[in-house]
Design a protein around this ligand. Structure first.
Ligand code: SF4
Length: 484
C-alpha cells in the first residue's frame, strides 16, 4: 500500500516548459503529489521535491534540462531529503540516459507514467537506486479523471493523447506515443464535475483533437455537439486541430452551437507551399488548406483564425518561403506562431541534407513576423467601438498585474482589460464596449453602465490605474507552440 505521507508536508516545485499539454500535465502532477502530502511551492529553494517538466519541441531541450538541474546541485548537497526528477518529452526521449548524463537527478518518468508519480517518488525516498519509468502504454485504453486543484473560470480537459501523423519535423509521435482517445462518457462526466465546481469554460486538448475517436465511434464533431448540448458548460474551446481532419460537419456543428463553441480556430498551416507541405508529410496542399479556410469562414462568418508556421524547413527555397508570406496575406490570420525550423531527434527531416543556413532562417522569420504585425494591427481596428460578451476571469495578470485593471476574454480569445472589477463578477459574462484595440488585447469598459451600477454599486466610479495599461501580452510560457 502506498504511503499517503511521502511528502511529510514538505514543498514540491515544478518548472514547466512547452505547450498547454505540459501545463495541464503539471497540474495533474501537483494534484497527485498533494494527495500524498506534498505542498506546492513557488520557488525551488522551498522544495524537497523538484520536477522539471520538459519539452522537446523547441531548440536545445536536453541542454535546458542539464542547465536547470545543474542549478540545484548545491541545494542538494545541503539538503539530503531533496529529490530531483525530470518528466515530459525529454524524459520520454532520453529515458535512463538522462540519469547518466545528469547525475544530480534521482528519477526520470515518461509521458505515460504521470499517474505513477507518487510511487516513483516514494521509491526514491525508500532506496538509494535511481528510478526510471518511461514505457509507452500504447495498448491500454486512455482513461483518466481530470485533476485540477483550483479550476477557476476556465480549465483544460485532455481528450486524447499521442499522434499517428508523423509530420517529418515533429518529435511528438516519439515522445507522446500512439494516438489514444478518452471515452465520450468519461469526458462528459468530467465536464459535468467541473461545471459543478464553477468552471464556465473548457479547452479540449489533444495533439490532434479532430482525429478524436471514442470507443463508441463518436468523432470530434459528435464530442463537441454532446458537450455543447448535454452539459451546462458555457464556453468550449479546443486545440489543436489538423487541417486535413477539419470537415464540413465540424463546421456545421460549430455554427449550430455557436453560443457555446468559441469563434476561435487555431489551424496550423506550417507552410504555404505545396512541395514543402509534402516534404513535411502534412497531408494537404496549399490549395486544399485554403479551401478549408473558405469552408470555415463561409460556415462561421466572423470566426478568427490563428496558425503555426515554420520557416527554413530543409530545402525551402526563397520562392517557397514567399508562398508562406503570401499565405498570411491571403488568409489574414489574427495571430501566427512562427518558428525557425530546428532538427528534432528521431524525425525524418533531421536527416534531410539541404538544411537552410541559420541567418537565412532568421531573415525569413523576421520578414514573416513584420508582415504579420501589420496585418494584426489592421485587423485589430475592427474591434474599436464594438460590443463583445466577455467572460470575466479576475484581476489582470502578466504585464498588467497590480495595475488595478481586471481581465476577461471574448469568444475570439482576445483579452479585454477594464477597470471597476469585483470578485462577484468572476465567472460572469458581461457585455463590454471596446475603447482601444491592439492585436490580441483590448481595452474596454462596461457597455451598460446603468445595469452594472445597479448590480455592483460603485463599479463604474472613476478609478485611476496604479500603472499605465500595457498593450503587449506577456508571453504564455511558450504555450501555443507549434504542435500540429
Ligand atoms: S505536428 Fe501535430 S500532427 Fe504532425 S506529428 Fe506533430 S503532433 Fe502530430
Amino acid at each position: 500500500m502506498l504511503n499517503q505521507n511521502i511528502g511529510q508536508g514538505e514543498g514540491v516545485y515544478i518548472s514547466t516548459y512547452g505547450c498547454q499539454m505540459n501545463v495541464n500535465d503539471t497540474e495533474r502532477m501537483l494534484s497527485l503529489l498533494e494527495m500524498v502530502n506534498f505542498v506546492p511551492v513557488d520557488s525551488p529553494e522551498k522544495a524537497s521535491l523538484i520536477i522539471i517538466n520538459s519539452c522537446s519541441v523547441r531548440e536545445k531541450p536536453v541542454h535546458k534540462v542539464h542547465s536547470e538541474a545543474g542549478k540545484y546541485r548545491q541545494m542538494k548537497e545541503k539538503n539530503p531529503r531533496l529529490r530531483i526528477g525530470v518528466g515530459g518529452c525529454v524524459a520520454q526521449q532520453e529515458k535512463a540516459k538522462l540519469l547518466k548524463d545528469v547525475p544530480v537527478l534521482d528519477f526520470v518518468f515518461g509521458t505515460d507514467a504521470i499517474d505513477q508519480l507518487p510511487e516513483l517518488v516514494a521509491k526514491t525516498y525508500e532506496g538509494t537506486e535511481k528510478v526510471v519509468s518511461a514505457r509507452f502504454e500504447n495498448e491500454k485504453p486512455y482513461s483518466v479523471e481530470t485533476l485540477v486543484r483550483n479550476p477557476g473560470v476556465s480549465t483544460f480537459v485532455n481528450i486524447a493523447k499521442g499522434c499517428d501523423n508523423f509530420c517529418t519535423f515533429c518529435v511528438v509521435p516519439f515522445t507522446r506515443g500512439r494516438e489514444r482517445s478518452r471515452t465520450l462518457k468519461e469526458l462528459i462526466s468530467d465536464i459535468n464535475a467541473l461545471t459543478a465546481r464553477g468552471v464556465k469554460e473548457v479547452t479540449l486538448l489533444g495533439q490532434n483533437v479532430n482525429s478524436y475517436e471514442s470507443e463508441c465511434g463518436a468523432d470530434f464533431a459528435t464530442l463537441l455537439e454532446t458537450v455543447a448540448r448535454d452539459t451546462s458548460i458555457e464556453r468550449i474551446r479546443y486545440t489543436t486541430s489538423h487541417p486535413k481532419d477539419f470537415d464540413q460537419r465540424l463546421v456545421d456543428i460549430s455554427a449550430k452551437y455557436r453560443s457555446k463553441i468559441c469563434d476561435y480556430i487555431h489551424l496550423p498551416a506550417q507552410s504555404g507551399n505545396t512541395e514543402v507541405l509534402a516534404r513535411m508529410n502534412r497531408g494537404y496542399s496549399r490549395e486544399e488548406y485554403l479551401a478549408k479556410v473558405k469552408m470555415i469562414r463561409d460556415g462561421i462568418p466572423g470566426v478568427i483564425l490563428t496558425t503555426d508556421l515554420i520557416v527554413g524547413f530543409p530545402g525551402e527555397t526563397e520562392e517557397q518561403f514567399m508562398d508562406t508570406l503570401s499565405l498570411i496575406k491571403e488568409v489574414r490570420y489574427d495571430n501566427i506562431y512562427a518558428f525557425k525550423y530546428s532538427p528534432r531527434p528521431f524525425t525524418k527531416a533531421a536527416k534531410f541534407e539541404d538544411q537552410v543556413p541559420e541567418d537565412e532562417k532568421q531573415r525569413r522569420l523576421a520578414l514573416l513576423l513584420e508582415t504579420q504585425r501589420e496585418i494584426a494591427f489592421e485587423l485589430a481596428k475592427d474591434y474599436d467601438g464594438g460590443t463583445y460578451d466577455v467572460l470575466i476571469e479576475g484581476e489582470a495578470t502578466g504585464n498588467n498585474a497590480n495595475s488595478g485593471l481586471w481581465q476577461g476574454r471574448t469568444t475570439h480569445n482576445k483579452i479585454v482589460y477594464f477597470l471597476g472589477g469585483r470578485t462577484e463578477m468572476i465567472g460572469q459574462t458581461i457585455p463590454f464596449k471596446i475603447l482601444k484595440s491592439f492585436p490580441n488585447v483590448l481595452r474596454g469598459d462596461f457597455a451598460d453602465k446603468e445595469a452594472i451600477e445597479a448590480k455592483y454599486p460603485g463599479a463604474t466610479a472613476p478609478i485611476v490605474p496604479r500603472h499605465d495599461f500595457v498593450a503587449v501580452q506577456a508571453p504564455e510560457a511558450e504555450s501555443k507552440l507549434a504542435l500540429n
